[in-house]
Design a protein around this ligand. Structure first.
Ligand code: FES
Length: 338
């Protein structure tokens, strides 16, 4: 069976396709609306301060938002990609999280201006004859935008959407209005469990599978693909710090700042970011586990040793950029574009 599988953990960075013009664009955008979409889920809508048109985006894209506290977080765009005046993301309230979602939920952001980088799209829709969309919880955000676009294009698509409780599953009303049979809801409190294996097994040849949800769901997709012998065209991408090898033998190396020639020694027990902070150089970062893409840095000289799950294998081999929260060096010195 030829199936193209793409997956991502909800609302963190994604591994790489080609960079686009808006990847590094930083805009000051105003929060114009916050709405409750489900229990514990809000949507946050941004617009330009003067209401002007915003750069276009495609389903799968995300924004990198700098919160008032300085924390940087990535959120998938879930609004209408044809609406050029606003960007909308959805955010799950995660009391046990690292604080970003609580900040967005709790501090009353309407009217505030925030720095927003992107849109960036490392989870784009590929051309396919059929599409199977699998979403778990807040993972519905990029998938919703995909479903809308596929419906508009007249594509053949099916969406399975699982959640713990129907009341906490966002955008259910809109999805229920989809043509018959396109959307299957699986709220666990209604006794409905999503059978990922069966969903994949039922799809015809030429299906592109997109999965966004918790790691457990992505693992289930990977397992099902293995069991079903789905290998041709398999494109499974994981986005989690779990892939970072913590038992790695680390050796010190030197980093030179391309702009000033200043150098800093990165100790065996330090990250590049920590070493840079030690000499007063501040860089943007978020996950610190190599999966969000915020700390991506251009390598001007030297050979990086990659430990991230953001860049593709080909991008790792190119050695021209790296995630400096987890990446180290194979050469004694790296010159970074800082
Ligand atoms: S990849 Fe997230 S901070 Fe480095």
């Amino acid at each position: 069976v030829a199936i193209d599988v793409r997956a991502r953990v909800a609302d963190v960075g994604e591994p790489g396709d080609a960079a686009t013009a808006t990847d590094t664009l930083v805009q000051e955008l105003v929060v114009v609306r916050i709405a409750l979409e489900a229990l514990g889920v809000i949507s946050v809508t941004f617009a330009a301060p003067d209401g002007s048109e915003l750069p276009a985006w495609e389903p799968g894209a995300h924004l990198e938002v700098t919160l008032p506290s300085g924390m940087i977080r990535q959120y998938s765009l879930c609004g209408d990609d044809l609406d050029r005046r606003t960007y909308t993301v959805a955010v799950l309230r995660e009391p046990e999280g690292r604080g970003g979602s609580l900040e967005l939920h709790d501090i009353g952001l309407v009217g505030r201006t925030l720095a927003v980088r992107g849109p960036r799209n490392r989870f784009p829709l590929v051309e396919a004859e059929h599409y199977l969309l699998l979403a778990g919880g807040i993972g519905i955000t990029p998938v919703l935008a995909m479903a809308r676009a596929l419906q508009r294009r007249g594509s053949d698509w099916t969406l399975h959407y699982a959640g713990r409780r129907l009341s906490s599953m966002a955008f259910v009303e809109e999805l229920r209005a989809s043509p018959d049979g396109r959307v299957l809801l699986h709220p666990a409190d209604g006794g409905a469990r999503m059978d990922v294996r069966q969903a994949i097994a039922e799809m015809p040849e030429g299906t592109a599978v997109y999965c966004c949800g918790p790691l457990s769901m992505i693992d289930a997709v990977a397992e099902a693909c293995e069991e079903l012998g789905v290998s041709a065209g398999l494109h499974l991408e994981r986005f989690s710090g779990a892939a970072v090898d913590t038992d790695l033998e680390r050796t010190p190396f030197e980093v030179e700042l391309g702009s000033t020639g200043e150098t800093v020694q990165v100790g065996a027990d330090q990250t590049i970011i920590e070493a840079l902070e030690g000499i007063g150089v501040e860089v943007a970062f978020s996950c610190e586990e190599g999966y969000c893409g915020t700390c991506e840095t251009v390598v001007l000289e030297g050979v990086p040793e990659h430990h991230d799950t953001v860049l593709t294998e080909a991008e790792h081999k190119a050695c021209d950029r790296m995630m400096i929260c987890v990446g180290r060096a194979r050469s004694a010195r790296l010159v970074l574009d800082l």
